[in-house]
Design a protein around this ligand. Structure first.
Ligand SMILES: Cc1cc2nc3c(=O)[nH]c(=O)nc-3n(C[C@H](O)[C@H](O)[C@H](O)COP(=O)(O)OP(=O)(O)OC[C@H]3O[C@@H](n4cnc5c(N)ncnc54)[C@H](O)[C@@H]3O)c2cc1C
Length: 535
């Protein structure tokens, strides 16, 4: 007979355990007041014990003096966190002996902040797709021209970037940005006056956001930003190893910094990241592979510089059999037939799967992942930054340069402000050419403004097409990426009209002229609802 969980612990035991669990009598409970490593160690025991987790904590740790748990519990949350972490580490090592599975490192996580890092390095950090959730300072909501403590603009400076052309070009981009923020905001406010029923807060925020959106192309890729990452130990370990192999010295330094800080909070999980047995050889191999692949002659005609034709989205590959595959995948879990014997009218299956979606958050089924597409995209680096954040894509980019031309928001020309912008951007292009010659193409990227186009690929399944295109075509989205998402969707619709038909929240319209206006009004409504609740 099953023992009632509420009967599992006597009063003394319950008194000890209550501090560590959200309940003691139900089968679903959360862990609290325990260091990350202990939580990881506890979960790792699930695979080797028939006891309940709460019983393991009690029998194997709390009541076993040698486990070190008491010392750990006594120091946990105390002023001497370093002692607590070291004890947690010893504790974890003791528990983990014999449990070599790498996945144990996914059982604990950490929040880490990375500040004053270049936009290029931020992209390298965010390139890790599985197990890491990033958030980054927004070019839409935050001015990037606030000077540093020493009065200089915030962009990456380092010995490897010592070049007479770098700082003057970067300064000129920031000066132009800085000089234009206020007049552009004013011009936008004149063009979009406050509307009836709109609060001053909402109107000011929306018009400021539009000005910052229009000027972000001036920011060089060396612009410093701040980001927060939440991730599990395993993902961080791999990220550190990859950064250690990166071609930019800034990223290699980040590997050391991240490793040092994460070793203070989740040491057991990142200890192999740079060690001599696994981490360092893996990083060295990544560098060797990069160099080896680079040296292979790709038999391309001379670089297609000066293309300058504008952005482009090309569908490289799609699967003519996609409809049948999606239908078979949808039927599969409801059948006992073999894959190849699953036959049904795809139209009927799609209708059953997708016809009733009421909003974009009602996700399409996993079966849509059986339709795959490959795209090559040429769009500005600012748009790349936005779309790069979609983790369900397989993607990679080419080095950021100036050969593919740049975009200037049409609104700037209408307001007669494009000349200054174009001057600063072209000056940066000249500096880029000299940096490329003297420092190489990887370092030269730092001076390239986000307005310049870059070429990248996406390999993507239809389910993510639904998610990404519905999200990235909302009318308040930035025009830089809206057109890319619209074009991707149009191309999918051309090859697979029936599969695309149900992504009905993709917005192929022109978008909102004042992109943030609707969202800010909505925010006002939420704020006043909160106020009413508080009163
Ligand atoms: C209007 C707008 C403004 C934005 N502003 C900012 C900003 O200021 N700063 C900023 O940093 N970013 C910003 N972003 C980017 C945003 O935070 C996301 O990184 C980006 O949209 C990627 O999309 P996604 O998270 O929905 O999922 P994708 O990475 O495309 O993944 C698809 C889906 O898979 C699931 N998924 C994938 N990975 C995880 C995971 N680790 N945990 C849980 N679920 C997961 C989710 O359901 C997700 O929706 C903005 C995006 C939009 C559309």
């Amino acid at each position: 007979m099953a023992i009632e969980p509420s009967l599992e612990f006597n009063t003394d035991e319950a008194a000890v355990l209550a501090r560590y669990f959200t309940n003691l009598d139900r089968p679903v409970f959360a862990l609290r007041n325990l260091p990350e490593v202990v939580k990881g160690a506890l979960f790792s025991r699930y695979s080797r014990t028939e006891k309940s987790l709460r019983r393991v904590l009690l029998d194997e740790f709390i009541n076993v003096p040698d486990s070190g748990f008491q010392a750990l519990a006594n120091t946990s949350g105390s002023s001497d966190d370093m002692v607590a972490v070291r004890r947690a580490e010893e504790f974890y090592e003791r528990v983990l002996v014999g449990y070599g599975d790498d996945s144990v490192a996914e059982l604990a996580g950490a929040h880490v902040a990375v500040e004053r890092t270049s936009t290029l390095a931020a992209k390298a950090l965010e390139d890790s797709r599985i197990g890491i959730s990033p958030l980054e300072k927004s070019t839409r909501y935050v001015r990037f021209d606030r000077p540093d403590r020493d009065g200089r603009f915030l962009y990456h400076r380092a010995s490897e970037l010592a070049h007479p052309d770098y700082e003057p070009a970067a300064d000129s981009l920031f000066e132009t940005y800085s000089a234009l923020v206020d007049p552009l905001t004013q011009a936008i406010r004149d063009r979009f006056p406050i509307e009836e029923g709109e609060s001053e807060r909402a109107w000011k925020a929306a018009t400021r956001a539009k000005a910052l959106d229009m000027l972000r192309g001036l920011l060089p890729a060396g612009t410093l930003t701040n980001l927060g990452l939440f991730g599990n130990g395993r993902a961080f370990e791999y990220l550190i190893t990859k950064l250690a192999a990166h071609e930019l010295p800034e990223c290699r330094a980040l590997a050391t910094d991240l490793h040092r800080e994460l070793a203070l909070v989740i040491p057991a999980f990142v200890k192999r990241a740079l060690d001599e047995r696994y981490g360092s050889p893996a990083a060295e191999r990544m560098m060797r592979v990069r160099e080896a692949v680079k040296s292979i002659d790709a038999h391309t005609p001379s670089p297609r510089s000066g293309e300058g034709l504008g952005g482009e989205v090309r569908l490289l590959e799609s699967d003519p059999d996609a409809e049948r595959k999606v239908a078979a995948a949808a039927l599969f879990p409801h059948s006992d037939a073999r894959w190849e014997d699953l036959r049904a009218d795809p139209g009927q299956v799609l209708e059953a799967l997708l016809a009733d979606r009421a909003n974009r958050r009602q996700r399409p089924a996993r079966a849509l992942e059986h339709a795959q597409y490959a795209f090559e995209i040429v769009a500005n680096f600012a748009a790349y930054r936005d779309l790069h954040r979609h983790r369900m894509l397989t993607q990679d980019r080419q080095l950021l340069g100036t050969a593919l031309g740049f975009d200037v928001p049409p609104g700037l020309a209408e307001l007669g402000m494009q000349h200054r912008v174009v001057d600063a951007i072209e000056r940066a292009a000249k500096a880029h050419a000299r940096l490329e010659r003297d420092l190489g193409p990887a370092l030269a990227q730092y001076v390239v403004p986000l307005a310049y186009r870059v070429r990248w690929y996406f390999r993507v399944n239809l389910r993510e097409i639904y998610h990404m295109c519905e999200l990235r075509t909302t009318p308040q989205g930035h025009p830089d990426y809206r057109w890319v998402a619209q074009e991707m969707f149009r191309l999918v619709g051309q090859v697979h009209p029936r599969l695309a038909r149900y992504a009905k929240f993709v917005d192929m319209g022109p978008g909102d002229e004042l992109e943030r206006r609707r969202s800010e009004r909505h925010l006002d409504e939420k704020l006043s609802a909160l106020d009413r609740r508080v009163l």
